[in-house]
Design a protein around this ligand. Structure first.
Ligand code: FES
Ligand SMILES: [Fe+2]
Length: 396
């Protein structure tokens, strides 16, 4: 985040604290519960947002060196992401051109050749078919036409973007709008992959996204955890095309009040939380960013899962090797894990209970308050993308 923007955000948070105010969406809206349980909406979302819309599948640190790879099946199709010997990022359908077997089944690693487990046709990290065993018996194969199917892919601002449709187009800067410059300022490409964890949840995927969309719940749901470090119901909020950024307010912000503005740093005052449409939360942290990816269970509105990945600054990783500084490293690692546990044990538990409430038929609508603008923006954004009318305003 550029310095002047850091100052603007910090001043805004201080102003809310001083005046007992919060960000204001200008009114309440109501969201039909069918949004979370309707099978047609779920099928439209799956098709439009997860089969035919650019995805963030990881960060630069997921592919640390030439030959690095990882695989994904979150989009209902096997995908292989690689870094070739020149450092170039690629994504492919992880499907053998012989008889369709999944070529690489390891989650991640380093390889210079990907060999299909069925008959050992093998592919390079650039997706080229490089060997067909016993071709003299099999018959000739035109290797130029039997490589892995490439997916549009782009590595930018430390993020790995992939379009799940081989015919799709990818324009990262157009997707991000003004967030592009802000992401550039973070230098996300230096952080190394640390760990990833998957949570399966019996709820609509949008309820998982919603839990990141307000701080109104902090002093209730997180009273014994996050509320120790964060003020509840205080945030700054900005939108960038279909994406948005929240800034949660650290209690530590008060230590900046008697310091000159040149010394103010956003990470001492706030936790920025970026949302990238349709399913990404990216949260810079003290040791490195956390990337949360939320996926529906195909077109089933009632199940979803989250992939939560942690990245660490190389300097922090080095602490682990030094016996005197290892305690600091462990503290940062524990903090990251603790954050994921709060999501799993508090946010997602409450969200899954909301899903039961939606299914119960008790109410036709859920209400989004004036202090929850991210929920207004996010729901209106996907509704617009699906050709649905905006949420109904119920009060000013
Ligand atoms: S299916 Fe891959 S080599 Fe036969
Ligand atoms: Fe929360």
């Amino acid at each position: 985040m550029r310095k002047e923007e850091q100052i603007r955000v910090i001043k805004g948070l201080m102003s809310h604290l001083d005046n007992g105010t919060n960000v204001d969406a200008g009114g309440q809206v109501r969201n039909p519960v069918t949004s979370y349980i309707d099978r047609e909406i779920a099928a439209d979302e799956w098709r439009e947002f997860f089969q035919d819309y650019p995805q963030v599948l990881g960060m630069t640190g997921d592919l640390p060196e030439a030959g690095s790879f990882f695989t994904s099946s979150d989009l209902g199709k096997p995908i292989l992401c690689t870094r070739d010997k020149d450092g170039q990022f690629h994504a492919f359908l992880n499907v053998c051109s012989h008889r369709g077997t999944v070529v690489e089944s390891d989650a991640r690693g380093r390889k210079t050749v990907f060999s299909c487990p069925f008959h050992a046709w093998s592919y390079s990290p650039r997706g080229d078919l490089i060997n067909v065993p016993r071709e003299e018996h099999f018959g000739p194969v035109d290797k130029n036409c039997h490589g892995l199917v490439a997916l549009p892919s782009e590595e930018k601002y430390g993020l790995l973007f992939v379009h799940p449709n081989p015919e799709g187009t990818l324009d990262v800067d157009n997707l991000l709008g003004d967030l592009a410059d802000e992401f550039d300022s973070w230098g996300f490409d230096v952080f190394g992959f640390q760990d990833t964890t998957r949570y399966d949840h019996a709820m609509n995927w949008k309820l998982a996204i919603d839990t990141f969309g307000e701080t109104y719940h902090f002093e209730v749901l997180h009273k014994n955890t996050l509320a120790a470090d964060l003020y509840g119901n205080v945030q700054m909020y900005d939108t960038y095309k279909r994406n948005h950024r929240m800034n949660l307010c650290l209690r530590n912000i008060d230590t900046l009040r008697d310091r000159p503005e040149e010394e103010w740093e956003i990470m001492k005052a706030a936790v920025p939380v970026y949302y990238i449409f349709p399913n990404i939360q990216l949260i810079p942290g003290a040791g490195g960013p956390t990337l949360v990816r939320v996926y529906p269970d195909f077109d089933n509105p009632h199940n979803s899962h989250s992939q939560i990945s942690f990245y660490l600054h190389p300097g922090i990783k080095e602490l682990a090797l030094n016996p005197e500084q290892r305690a600091r490293y462990l503290e940062i690692e524990e903090r990251m894990q603790g954050f994921a546990e709060v999501i799993r044990d508090e946010d997602y538990v409450a969200a899954a209970a909301s899903h039961q409430g939606a299914v119960s038929g008790a109410f036709e609508y859920f209400t989004f308050g004036r202090n929850e603008p991210a929920l207004h923006h996010y729901h209106n954004t996907y509704r617009e993308a699906l050709g649905m009318p905006p949420l109904e305003r119920i009060s000013n």
